[in-house]
Design a protein around this ligand. Structure first.
Ligand SMILES: Nc1ncnc2c1ncn2[C@@H]1O[C@H](COP(=O)(O)OP(=O)(O)OP(=O)(O)O)[C@@H](O)[C@H]1O
Length: 581
């Protein structure tokens, strides 16, 4: 029950609905137990006792009870369902906002498809139990105990005899639960993998198609699908094995009942009406206990789902704003990295190794070096996407972890190699970082990003809806929208991470012009592989294996023996070859 206790805050606020549904259930159950008593009265008093005038009365009572039961069932079902639906509404919201707060490091290991299945299938699994499972458990406990009381009242010895096989039935049900719970957990896990597979395939459809790997993907999916199917079959097998055993044990009880009960009737110790009522009452005990398998199924599924939901809800959030966080709205953009070392995981090499760097507000710094040398990592420390293992990063003399996260991040703009565009309008994409931007500001940003012209040629101009990830636009167009977005945000610090590497030379020229506009008056970090993209920077920082190995202006660095000159010569050689080719 630990899982249900931990998730209590989501369903307990709706407890009134739960209690209403229980109350209604109580009424229906009382009426259910009254049926066999009416039957007994009909047989013993009306038929055998020949009190025919009682028949009308009993029929009237029966009808009245049925109407009440119908109304109670309706209200009970409605409130029970409502309890589940409202609770998981809260839960889904909590999960979603948790996903917004989780750090980048969480997403490094998480799989999108798996997270999606937690937010959908697992939430549903949990709801199902809230709506039906609790109520089923209550039904079981109530029906068994009240039926037992009536049975004891009718005949103590017959109750004991017909209950003789019951412990075996309970043992079978418990064993079933023990096997079926891990099986359901595996099903959920397997479903998460299946989702991941589909999601990755759809996201990477370009790569799949361009490398003609469709059949590989189909096989991969087939494996996950097969695994999912096998796990389901496994639980079906458990169910198929245990269900006949449970039914057999239930039937044995009926045999005991009629064997010993028949003897009591013949001996005159029990009336026929009571024997018939006994049969119905025994059913009220056997069927819920056998149904316990189904309830246990529900319970196991929702427990497995609850576990997976808790894994997300309880994931640590190491990167948060402090209570007395500084508001960084008016940042100037003076950046200092002090003895910064970064190691992503304990087993990894150092991504940054004792980096010291000061960048004056409004200056442009070019970061250059081989892939994996630490350029991106450095800039990600600015926004606290990751925290340095050792050392401090300061903006305007204040450590970045002192700022409120929102104000820090809204003052640092990123234009990445491939910017993400949402499947909404161009207007909404540009103003994404500043939803209160006016239309004039949006258009101004687009103009300065060299994007206005092509936007105006689109059918619905700024209201044009984009496909997922900006589908329907060229790489250069997407990039200019991303630049407009950064401009609209008006950040003090800007990071251009390989912003022009995904486009051709002509488009690069367009984008470079746009970037010139963006960089004005902002501290800018330009990460680039092409020297041409960074050579006009105020200072160039050359990285190798997470360390700064050279720094200076382009002219200074090409006159020094070192990595920068080597990169320059390689790129320069390429250009010469291109010219004479
Ligand atoms: N999220 C991460 N988790 C673990 N290791 C990472 C992560 N991001 C980067 N690294 C590692 O840190 C090192 C530095 O990577 P980084 O991305 O900063 O290099 P880079 O110079 O920007 O490379 P590129 O030019 O290819 O973008 C690399 O060894 C990389 O594998």
């Amino acid at each position: 029950m630990g899982i249900f206790k931990k998730l209590k805050e989501y369903y307990w606020p709706n407890k009134h609905l739960f209690f209403w549904s229980l109350f209604m259930l109580l009424i229906t159950l009382l009426i259910t137990v009254a049926y066999p008593i009416i039957l007994q009265q009909t047989i013993d008093r009306v038929i055998k006792g020949e009190q025919y005038d009682l028949a009308w009365k009993l029929a009237g009572i029966f009808m009245g009870l049925m109407i009440i039961k119908g109304i109670a069932t309706y209200i009970g079902q409605y409130t029970g369902d409502m309890f589940g639906i409202r609770s998981v509404y809260e839960l889904r919201n909590a999960l979603y906002s948790k996903l917004q707060r989780l750090p980048f490091s969480y997403y490094d290991n998480a799989k999108t498809g798996d997270l999606m299945s937690r937010l959908t299938a697992d939430v549903e699994g949990f709801r199902f139990f809230l709506s039906f499972g609790f109520v089923e458990l209550f039904r079981l406990v109530f029906l068994v105990s009240v039926s037992l009381c009536v049975m004891f009242y009718y005949s103590v010895s017959l109750t004991f005899v017909s209950m003789a096989a019951m412990p075996l039935l309970v043992i079978a049900v418990l064993r079933f639960d023990k096997l079926v719970h891990p099986a359901f957990r595996d099903i959920r896990k397997s479903f998460g993998k299946l989702n991941t597979n589909v999601q990755e395939n759809i996201s990477g459809i370009h790569t799949v198609k361009s490398l003609s790997r469709e059949s590989f993907q189909i096989n991969k999916f087939n494996n996950s699908n097969g695994d999912y199917k096998d796990r389901y079959l496994f639980t079906t097998e458990i169910w198929a094995k245990y269900f006949p055993v449970m039914e057999f044990l239930g039937n044995i009880s009926v045999v005991f009942l009629f064997g010993y009960g028949g003897f009591l009737v013949m001996d005159g110790q029990l009336s026929v009406g009571r024997l018939v009522a006994f049969y119905s009452l025994l059913g009220y005990i056997i069927f819920p206990i056998m149904n316990l398998g189904f309830t246990v199924n529900l319970f196991s599924q929702s427990k497995a789902s609850g576990e997976r939901l808790l894994e997300v809800l309880e994931a640590p959030e190491p990167i948060q704003s402090k209570v007395d966080a500084v508001d960084g709205s008016n940042m100037k953009g003076h950046v200092v990295f002090e003895n910064v070392t970064l190691q992503y995981r304990k087993e990894d090499q150092l991504a940054l190794d004792d980096v010291n760097l000061t960048v004056e507000a409004g200056k442009r710094v070019g970061l250059i070096g081989a892939t994996g040398s630490g350029k991106t990592s450095l800039t990600q420390l600015l926004t606290r996407f990751y925290e340095p293992t050792i050392g401090t990063v300061k903006v305007d003399g204040i450590a970045v972890d002192e700022y409120s996260l929102t104000s820090l991040r809204s003052n640092i703009g990123f234009v990445l190699q491939e910017s993400f565009l949402f499947s909404s309008s161009i207007k909404a994409n540009i103003s994404y970082g500043r939803p209160d931007a006016t239309m004039e500001e949006i258009i101004d940003a687009a103009k300065r990003a060299n994007a206005h012209e092509f936007i105006m040629e689109l059918p619905d101009t700024y209201d044009t809806m984009l496909g997922e990830r900006g589908l329907g636009l060229s790489g250069g167009q997407k990039q200019r929208i991303a630049i407009a977005r950064a401009l609209c945000q008006n950040p003090a610090i800007l990071v251009l991470d390989d912003a022009t590497s995904a486009v051709d030379m002509k488009t690069e020229l367009h984008i470079q012009q746009a970037l010139e506009e963006v960089m004005k008056g902002r501290t800018t970090f330009i990460i680039a592989h092409r020297i041409s993209s960074v050579k006009h920077a105020d200072e160039l920082i050359v990285f190798e294996h997470g360390k700064i190995v050279q720094r200076g202006t382009h002219n200074q660095l090409i006159n020094q023996q070192g990595l920068y000159k080597r990169i320059y010569e390689i790129q320069y050689k390429d250009q010469l070859e291109n010219i004479y080719a």
